[in-house]
Design a protein around this ligand. Structure first.
Ligand code: SF4
Ligand code: SF4
Length: 355
């Protein structure tokens, strides 16, 4: 194993550690910590949220040593990823497929049978826990691009989180082959994790990757017209993958403004957003790994004076619904489409069925 991670440019300012309990725990810049002093638990407890990199004035990524350590532990077999096959979308008994089976959710009728130019890619969590929302968005999409279909698949990011980069690449190649077979030219993506993953992964070919909120904003006159404005202010939680480009966050806020929904921002948002606590799937490896972050997020939500929260990543919604109680947390897509979302209920049911 490598003993050190040499990065001489680090100025030692500790700006990266200010909002990260993990980095603060070292009491010195992580780049001064020899790799052998980083424990397996610390390496796997990193949320891979990117906040430390956003905070570093020198543009360094202080999570790199943790990532390197994580990769090494997997390579030398200290951590057996076989114990986590339920997180692997390329395994037939992955947790999303098992949940859909337990809940009796099936999308056979909306998957393509023939060439289709526009395809909705809801992502694993929306498709698994929110069939009503999945179908409602597809109906909206079909109104704009008649004949649009949906594909329930994974972008492969969970594999990358585990350091299984080759498998993630193969997974993406299989998805690419399916899209090619269906002659897809436009992929409308519901999950910010998937969006950035697919934007990068499919960037080299002719497929246009669009986020659901840009599409909703472009066709906002078609949104359900009922006056659904909350009479109290809401805040918006930005998920980590949207930190840099901010595509989803910008469109969600534009839609909220269009609908005249009062918004109170939390102290950390946009580029400096705080992870909901589920980042990097860390809590699967180290129980309680992201609790400090979830707690911080809940404190900021309360301090904002908002009476509710919009999330636009379903995994964030699940964790924030737990940590921000009693603040209601609503999926932005279900709000814009006026869909009574059953995600939290389905999560409970699937847990009961699979426990
Ligand atoms: S948890 Fe986030 S802020 Fe902390 S080291 Fe990991 S990526 Fe950086
Ligand atoms: S990694 Fe960046 S933010 Fe962290 S101590 Fe070094 S220079 Fe400062």
């Amino acid at each position: 194993m490598r003993e050190s991670f040499s990065t001489p440019q680090c100025a030692g300012c500790l700006a990266c550690a200010e909002d990260c309990a993990l980095l603060r725990g070292y009491g010195r810049p992580i780049f001064q910590v020899p790799l052998h002093e980083i424990t397996a638990e610390q390496a796997f407890a990193c949320l891979q949220c990117g906040l430390c990199a956003a905070a570093c004035p020198l543009g360094l990524d202080p999570a790199d040593p943790l990532r390197v350590k994580r990769q090494e532990l997997v390579e030398v077999g200290v951590v057996n990823l076989g114990d986590y096959r339920y997180l692997c979308p390329d395994e037939h008994d992955n947790m999303w497929a098992l949940c859909r089976a337990a809940l009796g959710i099936d999308y056979d009728d909306i998957e393509p049978r023939e060439a289709t130019s526009t395809l909705f890619f809801p992502g694993c969590t929306i498709a698994t826990y929110s069939p009503r929302l999945t179908r409602a968005f597809l109906e909206f999409l079909d109104g704009i691009y008649p004949g649009a279909k949906a594909v329930v698949d994974c972008c492969g990011k969970p594999l990358r989180y585990m350091g299984l980069n080759d498998r993630a690449q193969q997974h993406l190649k299989r998805l690419e082959a399916k899209l090619e077979q269906w002659c897809v030219s436009r992929l409308v993506v519901g999950c910010p994790n998937c969006y950035y993953e697919l934007l990068e992964g499919l960037g080299g070919n002719a497929i246009e990757v669009v986020d659901v909120y840009s599409l909703l904003y472009s066709h906002r006159s078609l949104l359900p017209v009922e006056d659904r404005r909350p009479s109290v202010p809401y805040t918006v939680h930005d998920p980590c993958p949207d930190r840099e480009a901010g595509v989803f966050g910008k469109q969600v806020r534009a839609l909220l403004e269009y609908l005249e929904v009062p918004v109170r921002e939390m102290r950390h948002h946009g580029r400096y957003t705080i992870c909901c606590g589920t980042g990097g799937m860390a809590k699967h490896f180290v129980p309680g790994a992201g609790d400090w972050s979830a707690q911080l997020r809940a404190e900021e939500a309360r301090a904002s004076g908002a009476q509710g929260m919009f999330a636009y990543c379903m995994s964030c919604l699940f964790n924030l619904a737990d940590s921000c109680t009693p603040l209601p947390v609503v999926h932005a897509l279900s709000f814009f489409l006026n869909v009574q979302d059953e995600a939290l209920d389905n999560r409970r049911k699937s847990r009961e069925a699979l426990s």
